[in-house]
Design a protein around this ligand. Structure first.
Ligand code: HEC
Ligand code: HEC
Length: 448
């Protein structure tokens, strides 16, 4: 570069400086434009993409594991990794307060610490390097946030890889930076660049290894019923399991039958106007959550019954009751329990019997209920459990116990004449078309 061109450039630079861009209004105007763009983008995201549904918050649910929002996951992971360090890991405030405090403090003080007027990147190697490692660390920690630090089989490999990537390598890099700042003044740029590149490569490598090794357990996808119809169906399923036992599938039971300890107890018809018109949704949810312990209805809320229902589930049950029984509410279309049988069609377990059993029988015939030890939650159980398993379902035999009891014929012990099995369901006879499905199914040899 000749002196001539140097001068020219300098002169141009000076001119630029003179009528350079002003912070107010020029820079702020540009900022405002960008901010507006981001704002519009967020509005569009919220309108067209939205957030995925999750169950309603339930303060009484003690099984809930809280997790921070995604933008705090890196801190969350950092705490988890820090906790793995022997001895130091126990001093939590170092990781929860001290280190984030120092980081935020440094950011705040940065304009005072770094007063260099230089903008050329080679002259700013150290700040760029520090920031690179920090941002990379945050990104990688966020990416591994879902990976457990202690694997399910107890091996520490995953945890160790993460500790190296998220704690050890960055710490070593920072120690090296400090060392370089004091020792190599002139050649520092190269050394800093190499150190940064090496640390970044190691961090990325170890994180990639972690992610490659991690096999996430298949998580049960929780389907959140969003439409009214879905909520009614969800509520009906819950009602079928938890309430049919005492109140019957249609809520019309007036006198409990077939429930130990409550035999013959008179109860109100919960599908009647008397109940539905006087109890509003909130009180209905309360009754379900707290039960009527004095009268024999146990609480169903998770707070009182670990196997009970969550807040949202109770709401679905109430929705089901309203839209099915309350004539002031009009239910949306709900698919029938099972596809109607055509002339001569053979019913199968999965299409016909399973949904029927779920609706009318499961409440009393599931794990945790005695009832002659007859479980009806799967095909195998249906065929093989029960005190009278060998008689309950016999291929093409109309005297199968199950067929008789659902046709209102109790089974008596031929020897003693004592009643073995009462009619089923004890509280209310099945509709003839449902009995017909069972009969045809047994006739055809109980196909799966
Ligand atoms: C173990 C038997 C049992 C089970 C299971 C049961 N209940 Fe009850 N329920 C009762 C008894 C007993 C009463 C109190 C008697 C009464 O109030 O008529 C009652 C009362 C009620 C009432 C109050 C009726 C009124 O008079 O205002 C409602 C509503 C109700 N139950 C709904 C449910 C729902 C919904 C479920 C399922 C989540 C359920 N019950 C499960 C036995 C039971
Ligand atoms: C309200 C609770 C209740 C409901 C609902 C119910 N059961 Fe039962 N079930 C019992 C009880 C209690 C017994 C034990 C025998 C008895 O006391 O009559 C029993 C026994 C049986 C047995 C005899 C099992 C054996 O091996 O001895 C069969 C079969 C049976 N139930 C079928 C059904 C079917 C099919 C349905 C649904 C359509 C049904 N039950 C719904 C309470 C119930």
């Amino acid at each position: 570069m000749t002196d001539e061109t140097k001068k020219k450039i300098n002169a141009k630079y000076e001119r630029e400086l003179l009528h350079g861009e002003r912070f107010w209004p020029d820079s702020l105007f540009k900022d405002a434009i960008v901010a507006l763009g981001i704002f519009i983008f967020l509005v569009l995201l919220a309108t067209f993409v939205g957030v995925h549904d999750s169950p309603k918050a339930d303060p009484s649910d003690t099984s809930y594991v809280p997790r921070p929002e995604w933008y705090f996951l890196f801190l969350f992971k950092f705490l988890a990794l820090y906790g793995q360090i022997p001895v130091f890991g126990k001093i939590e405030w170092v990781a929860t307060v001290l280190i984030p405090g120092i980081a935020i403090g440094l950011l705040t003080l940065l304009p005072f610490i770094d007063k260099s007027p230089q903008r050329y990147y080679a002259k700013r190697a150290m700040p760029i390097a520090i920031m690179t490692i920090m941002v990379l660390g945050m990104v990688l920690l966020t990416m591994t946030a879902d990976v457990p630090t202690v694997a399910a089989d107890g091996s520490g490999l995953l945890g160790n890889l993460q500790t190296v990537a998220g704690l050890i390598v960055p710490s070593l890099a920072y120690i090296a930076f400090v060392g370089m700042a004091y020792t190599l003044k002139e050649n520092a740029v190269r050394a800093i660049a190499w150190t940064t590149a090496l640390a970044a490569a190691l961090m990325i490598g170890f994180t990639a290894a972690t992610l490659a090794l991690y096999q996430p357990a298949a998580v049960a996808v929780i389907e959140i019923p969003t439409t009214l119809a879905d909520q009614i169906v969800a509520g009906q399923d819950l009602y079928s399991v938890h309430c049919v036992e005492c109140h019957g599938d249609d809520g019309k039971v007036e006198e409990i039958t077939g429930v130990e300890g409550l035999e013959g107890k008179k109860i109100s018809i919960i599908s009647s106007k008397d109940v539905l018109y006087t109890v509003n949704d909130a009180s209905m949810a309360e009754i379900i959550a707290y039960g009527r312990p004095d009268s024999g209805m146990n609480p169903f809320g998770k707070a009182y019954n670990p196997e009970g229902l969550t807040r949202s589930e109770i709401d679905y049950v109430v929705t089901f009751m309203r839209y099915t029984w309350d004539d002031r509410f009009e239910a949306p279309y709900i698919a029938p329990l099972y596809p109607p049988l055509a002339e001569g069609e053979v019913p199968s377990y999965s299409v016909h019997i399973e949904p029927i059993v779920k609706r009318y029988c499961i409440s009393c015939h599931r794990p945790g209920k005695d009832n002659n030890n007859y479980l009806m939650t799967s095909y195998e159980e249906l065929l093989t459990t029960g005190d009278n398993a060998s008689h309950n379902l016999i291929s093409n035999d109309p005297t199968s116990y199950l067929l008789q009891v659902i046709q209102q014929i109790p089974i008596t012990d031929p020897a003693s004449g004592e009643e073995l099995i009462g009619v089923m369901p004890p509280n209310k006879a099945l509709k003839p078309e449902i009995v017909e499905v069972f009969v045809r199914w047994v006739q055809a040899g109980m196909p799966k």
